[in-house]
Design a protein around this ligand. Structure first.
Ligand code: C2E
Ligand code: MG
Ligand code: MG
Ligand code: MG
Length: 276
């Protein structure tokens, strides 16, 4: 009895694994095609002044509408892109498409706001990354100060030296650098001090707990104080309610993103919002 159970479990596990592996391979192949043939698109989530809701920038978020499976979340396909090496092509596509969009706005004489682009640590590997980004900026006749790059804490720590060097090059080229999802990783204060950052983004997890959890509130207060003493800007992610807005204001936060203000918008909606 036990033996046959074991064998069944083993067989089930085995075929399940191969299904998973096959599904991932199919997704990877489809993603490769989507990158090559404009199957991706960009959304823009407004970044606002917390008090007034005034839009001052946006975060670029990649979207993939799979031919048969419909919308697939970046939290599913970004890891696939990272594991398969497709992330470099995907990142280039996002950067160029963002530049194209900004150049188009500039040419029509409309208001052009800064953008934040998410980067995987994998993209920071290898030298000359900043130069490569500058090429797009120059080709589309834009200014590097229009761009902020968001990197997450978790990715950074494992490749400390290489990453710090790449981030320094980004700053020297005139780009801004934000630490995304701050508070969810394990970076120490001494590590934080070594990173050439302009901005800390307080993770949504702290924001969502802030209304009924005193500890979450004091963590947020501490992060704001820390940012100030390091000379960094601070922005709260995932603000969903009026209550969270008012507590964040009381804690000294001045900038935010979140569904309470705006969900991510497609490029047309975003342009309408800015130039109404
Ligand atoms: P992230 O950079 O931390 O982006 C914030 C995520 O939270 C986005 O999810 C956004 O749609 C969502 N969000 C914004 N406001 C709210 C809110 O009020 N409530 C809730 N529940 N969610 C909110 P999304 O678009 O699914 O992206 C997930 C992650 O995928 C991003 O997290 C980022 O790490 C990654 N990602 C997205 N686009 C790119 C890209 O172009 N390149 C790379 N390397 N990664 C990307
Ligand atoms: Mg981000
Ligand atoms: Mg985030
Ligand atoms: Mg995230």
């Amino acid at each position: 009895q036990a033996k046959s159970d074991g064998r069944n479990t083993f067989c089930f596990y085995n075929s399940d694994m191969s299904h998973q592996a096959r599904d991932r391979l199919l997704l990877e192949q489809a993603l490769r095609e989507a990158i090559a043939s404009n199957g991706l698109s960009l959304n823009f989530q407004p970044k606002v002044q917390l008090e007034t809701g005034e839009v001052f920038a946006s975060e670029v978020l990649v979207r993939w509408n799979h031919l048969t499976q419909g919308f697939i979340s970046p939290s599913v396909f970004i890891p696939i892109a990272e594991r398969s090496g497709l992330i470099a092509d995907l990142g280039r596509w996002v950067m160029e498409e963002t530049c194209r969009y900004l150049a188009e706005i500039k040419q029509s004489g409309l208001t052009i706001l800064p953008v934040a682009i998410n980067l995987s640590v994998h993209e920071l590997e290898g030298s000359g990354f900043a130069k490569h980004l500058m090429k797009y900026v120059n080709d589309y006749d834009l200014e590097p100060s229009l761009f902020e790059f968001e990197v997450t804490e978790t990715g950074l720590i494992s490749r400390e030296e290489m990453v710090i060097e790449s981030l320094k090059q980004l700053r020297e080229a005139g780009f801004r650098v934000a630490l995304d999802d701050f508070g969810t990783g394990y970076s120490s204060l001494s590590y934080l001090r070594k990173l050439p950052l302009t901005t800390l983004k307080i993770d949504r997890a702290f924001v969502s707990d802030i209304t009924d959890d005193k500890v979450a509130a004091s963590i947020v207060r501490t992060v704001i104080t820390l940012a100030e003493s390091l000379g960094l800007e601070v922005i709260a992610e995932g603000v969903e309610t009026k209550e969270q807005q008012s507590i964040l204001l009381k804690l000294g936060c001045t900038k935010a993103q979140g569904y309470f203000f705006y969900k991510p918008l497609d490029s047309l909606e975003f342009r309408k919002l800015i130039n109404h």
